[in-house]
Design a protein around this ligand. Sequence first.
Ligand code: C2E
Ligand code: MG
Ligand code: MG
Ligand code: MG
Length: 282
Amino acid sequence: AEEAVRNDELVYKFDSRKHEAQWEISLLTQLDRAIDNGEVWVAYQPKLDLTSNRVSGAEALVRWTHPERGPISPDKFIRIAEEFHRIERITRFVINDAVRTAVELRRQGFDMTISVNISAQLLRNPGLPDMIAEILAIYGLPAEMLILEITETDRLDRSSRTFQMLQKLVQSGIRLSIDDFGTGNATIDYLRYVPAAEVKIDKVFIQAMEGNKEDLLLVQSIIEMAHSQDRTVVAEGVETQAALEILRAMQCDAIQGYYVSRPVPFRDLLTQIVGREARQIG
Ligand code: C2E
Ligand code: MG
Ligand code: MG
Ligand code: MG
């Protein structure tokens, strides 16, 4: 009987893996079309500067609203896009939307940076700096307004191709941000070498710190270390007023999170910003 159960399990595992693979392939074949027909779009999450109490920037987060399956998580389809060479196409789409948005915000009088997530794989693509420069030139956005969020890769020494790519991007005036800081494996070493102006503390630490002294101390030391290296610090995943106050007391520079706003379409981002400014004036 035990044998039979195990066989059933095996069959089940095989079936679900097969199912999973089929689902991934069907997603992939639909992804190209989805970009063209507007199912893929870009949401923006404001970044609140804790010193000025103003929205100082926004992060572009890609969205895929499938007509039958509903929203598909970027964690899922970005991984598939990386695996099947679609990441360049998606990133071009996102940067284009983000740069256009930044220009529109400036036209309306808002001096805001715009952040875009760049997958580690794309940093190995030598065409990246030209692709970005081209989009900035088309819309006439100064490179300083664009921030690229990168995640820690395993190793980074000065001779690596990725390091040279990062240098090149920074020389063009673009700023770099280390995303999900604290969850990678090359933390301290990475922080020493990466020419990044900003560090984003991963939301797992922010959400744990309210109830856990250890996490609180960790967040504090990340902030101090980043400041000692002249980098600004952004906390992600801030969901409560209490977290905001703790971070303010620890001199964290800026926050993002549901407490300020969820990622929203551009129109709603504008409402958010205007609403905040109005509340501050009134
Ligand atoms: P990320 O860059 O670390 O983005 C932060 C994620 O946390 C986003 O999830 C955001 O919606 C979510 N978030 C923001 N505030 C809160 C909060 O207060 N509480 C909680 N629980 N979550 C919050 P999302 O949009 O699902 O994106 C997941 C990841 O997918 C991103 O993590 C990023 O790594 C990747 N991603 C998104 N857009 C792109 C893109 O255009 N290109 C690439 N390469 N990756 C992208
Ligand atoms: Mg990010
Ligand atoms: Mg993050
Ligand atoms: Mg992430």
